[in-house]
Design a protein around this ligand. Structure first.
Ligand SMILES: Cc1cc2nc3c(=O)[nH]c(=O)nc-3n(C[C@H](O)[C@H](O)[C@H](O)COP(=O)(O)OP(=O)(O)OC[C@H]3O[C@@H](n4cnc5c(N)ncnc54)[C@H](O)[C@@H]3O)c2cc1C
Length: 388
């Protein structure tokens, strides 16, 4: 009997991968180190490319059911309040990219993936199981878990995030690069947002070395806030408490709309933002990487989870086409994905520079983005939103 495919990590990427493999008829054992499947309490943006991947996983309707579809993306200057650019996301956008733009709560996204995985007999979801190391023995891969158990499988897919253990053994490029940018995030109930500040769109307030993004979540019942600024602080993980005084120092002097929004939050959670240089050696024999383990990126293009879901679809298709040659399928998957994901990694850094520009750079940004028509803006993201 064929051995199961082993997956390290049950975040968005790992669960998408389990589902994609099961839909192609492969048995899966997924190991998650935490005691439960859990996502940070925050929002996430989903481009048309994500909906194309979700369609292939038969998950699009489940995700859309809880999502919010904003009417536009807006950039405003956090010092003057002026509108810099507005990209409509309605009929013309949907006609162009054949899919909508969505924003959703991470819990809701994870819940949709988890429900679909639990409905699959071919998937075994195993929590409190940490992958420590692996051996590729040519005809099989053997994974060692932290309690000493050894598990054998057809292949190992490392979807264990930015601080991936599996990546250490395959790529070995050390710790991720700390960007020096920190994100503070919070989610409010709609009733907690002052009526004159609530907006149906994704709004980004660009300030010197800072930005604030806000948008509705969960069918409009919640409101997501992410404040980003430059800082040398470093805490590993995604859920440390944020120091409010530090936040205020960075946003001092900005528009009342920004400050009044920040004032609504009592407790912030903090993310230290990291990425890596793109590589193209994330597959070796029967072991490969997926999502942030393969190509961690800054969040400025809002694409990490989108890319992880696309990865899952492509990997499952390559494995299905390979007729048993697992190593060849892993290589084919990497070949199909590395340039696209590298481009997103690189562009995300550039977008971060633009959002946080000051002085002359900010002036130039405002002039060039402000001069674009919606059609120009759509053309600029065609490579991304066209999807896989
Ligand atoms: C502020 C911010 C905003 C973002 N906004 C967006 C957005 O709008 N749109 C978007 O698409 N992306 C966004 N992203 C990126 C997105 O969150 C990530 O790219 C995505 O969550 C990565 O998923 P993953 O499954 O690859 O990794 P993770 O979510 O990190 O999951 C890894 C999982 O593996 C588990 N694990 C780790 N090590 C082991 C081990 N050794 N054994 C077993 N389990 C293990 C972890 O517990 C975790 O559950 C944002 C990121 C940040 C920081």
């Amino acid at each position: 009997m064929e051995k199961p495919f082993l997956i390290a990590g049950g975040g968005i990427g790992g669960l998408a991968c389990a589902l994609a493999l099961a839909r192609k008829g492969f048995a899966v054992r997924l190991f998650e180190q935490q005691g439960e499947f859990r996502e940070a309490g925050a929002g996430i943006q989903l481009g048309p490319n994500m909906f194309k991947a979700l369609e292939r996983l038969d998950l699009k309707d489940a995700v859309l059911a809880d999502a919010w579809q904003p009417g536009a993306q807006e950039m405003r200057c956090a010092l003057s309040g002026k509108l810099v650019a507005r990209i409509p996301l309605e009929e013309e956008f949907r006609a162009k990219f054949k899919e909508p733009y969505g924003v959703t709560h991470r819990h809701d996204l994870l819940a949709a993936y988890l429900k679909a995985c639990k409905a699959q007999k071919l998937i075994s979801l195993e929590t409190s199981r940490r992958v420590e190391s692996f051996r590729d023995e040519g005809a099989r891969v053997v994974v060692t878990l932290s309690n000493g158990d050894e598990v054998e499988g057809e292949a190992l897919i490392g979807s264990d995030g930015v601080w991936s253990r599996v990546r250490e053994q395959i790529v070995g490029d050390g710790a991720p690069i700390v960007s020096g940018h920190i994100a503070y995030r919070a989610v409010l109930k709609k009733s907690e947002v002052p009526e004159d500040l609530w907006q149906p769109d994704v709004v980004l307030w660009a300030g010197p070395r800072t930005h604030l993004v806000h948008y509705p979540l969960r069918r409009g019942e919640l409101y997501n806030l992410v404040a980003v600024f430059h800082s040398k602080q470093y805490v590993e993980g995604w859920d440390a408490a944020g120091d409010t005084a530090l936040l205020w120092r960075h946003f001092k002097g900005q528009r009342p709309e920004v400050l009044r929004m920040l004032e609504r939050i009592e407790t912030w959670r903090m993310w230290v933002l990291c990425d890596r240089e793109p590589v193209k050696n994330w597959s070796k024999g029967r072991v490969t990487l997926l999502g942030d383990a393969a190509h961690p990126m800054l969040q400025y293009l809002a694409q990490g989870a989108n890319m992880a879901t696309e990865d899952a679809v492509v990997l499952a298709e390559k494995l299905s086409e390979a007729k048993g040659d697992v190593a060849a399928a892993c290589t084919a998957y990497q070949e199909a994905r590395y340039k696209r994901t590298a481009w997103v990694q690189i562009m995300a850094r550039i977008y971060g520079e633009l959002y946080h520009a000051e002085g002359v750079k900010a002036e130039l940004r405002n002039e060039s983005l402000g001069a674009r028509t919606p059609q120009d803006a759509y053309k600029g993201v065609e490579w991304l939103y066209a999807g896989i």
